[in-house]
Design a protein around this ligand. Structure first.
Ligand code: SAM
Length: 306
């Protein structure tokens, strides 16, 4: 495991502390619009109370499309210039270049990471199929559009399911994926599982990660790029102010308005523990980044023993 390299500038530090405060009002705006439309146009005044999850999902999908799809996105030049990427976005392309075999792309959102799967060298690279498990159906149209413009139509399969194992397996079976082993039990299906900013949003991360581990083939890898709890005071380089900032934005409703995302997940320890029953992971290559910020990241790969 490596620690952050270059020290942050003053501007990095300030932005790192207020970053959730830029996203939260944006998500809140979409929530307010959806509530307004539901009450006054659809004439369902009780829906925001009785069907709050549905309303929040619709608001989140609108927010996420606006946030993650640039209005002037150029359909003809799908692979962005990775040298221009900064922050957590810059961590992603080199890790996705390692994806191979049958891939599970957990919570792909609008498919912002799709170009980096497509960027592997032709003829169609080391990846045989990608299953994008995205429970938020409001994001599927954009996901499909991005699969098409990235030339992944035949290879990228959108799976309308969450990370919940029974739901995921059932949706995969409907797409013709063989999910059982010879004994009729759920088998090891994937060579690569990609978790990019999704483990922050699943309801039970420990169980989800254990389930994902069980679906990983021997020698397979989980690729993670996840924002996590600021590890103050346990870790050198972590920040007390950033931890306070995480608590503050949590109190202001971050999770409620931003798709159940949590700023305080200790995802690294859940990931490391997932392989305990097999004597640990074969290899763990994780780095911690942006420890001064309210959105510190872990990024890297964990490889299952052969
Ligand atoms: C912050 S977005 C990240 C999207 C994408 N991975 C990216 O980096 O652009 C979180 C995504 O996780 C999805 N998600 C939320 N809960 C989930 C669950 N229980 N299982 C799978 N995906 C989930 C959301 O619908 C959303 O697309």
């Amino acid at each position: 495991m490596t620690e952050p390299d270059a020290p942050p500038t003053f501007q990095d530090r300030i932005l790192g502390l207020i970053q959730p405060g830029i996203l939260l009002p944006w998500a809140l705006k979409h929530y307010a619009i959806v509530v307004y439309e539901t009450i006054f146009y659809r004439r369902q005044p009780l829906a925001p109370l009785l069907r709050s999850k549905e309303i929040r999902d619709e608001a989140f999908s609108r927010f996420w499309v606006e946030f993650s799809v640039p209005p002037n996105e150029d359909d003809t030049q799908a692979v962005p210039d990775i040298s221009t990427l900064t922050g957590s976005a810059a961590l992603i392309p080199p890790l996705l270049a390692k994806a191979r075999g049958v891939v599970l792309d957990m919570g792909p959102g609008t498919g912002s990471q799709m170009p980096y799967f497509a960027a592997q060298p032709s003829p169609n690279n080391n990846i045989s199929a990608i299953y994008g498990a995205e429970p938020c159906v409001g994001l599927h149209a954009e996901l499909r559009r991005r699969a098409t413009i990235n030339g992944l139509d035949g290879k990228y399969h959108i799976v309308p399911a969450s990370a919940e194992k029974a739901e995921l397996l059932s949706a995969l079976q409907k797409q013709g994926v063989q999910t059982d082993n010879a004994g009729g039990e759920p088998g090891q299906i994937f060579d690569t599982i990609v978790c990019i900013r999704v483990l922050c949003s699943v309801p039970n991360p420990e169980r989800t990660i254990a389930d994902l581990y069980s679906l990983l083939r021997s020698g397979g890898q989980i690729i993670v790029v996840e924002h996590v709890v600021n590890p103050f005071p346990w870790q050198k380089g972590a920040s007390a102010i950033a931890r306070v900032s995480q608590l503050l934005f949590t109190l202001l409703g971050w999770s409620y308005f931003v798709g159940d995302c949590r700023l305080d997940r200790d995802t690294m320890s859940y990931l490391c523990k997932a392989a305990d029953q097999d004597g640990g992971w074969g290899k763990v290559e994780l780095e911690q980044r942006f420890l001064w910020s309210a959105m510190p990241y872990i990024a890297g790969t964990l490889t299952k023993r052969l």
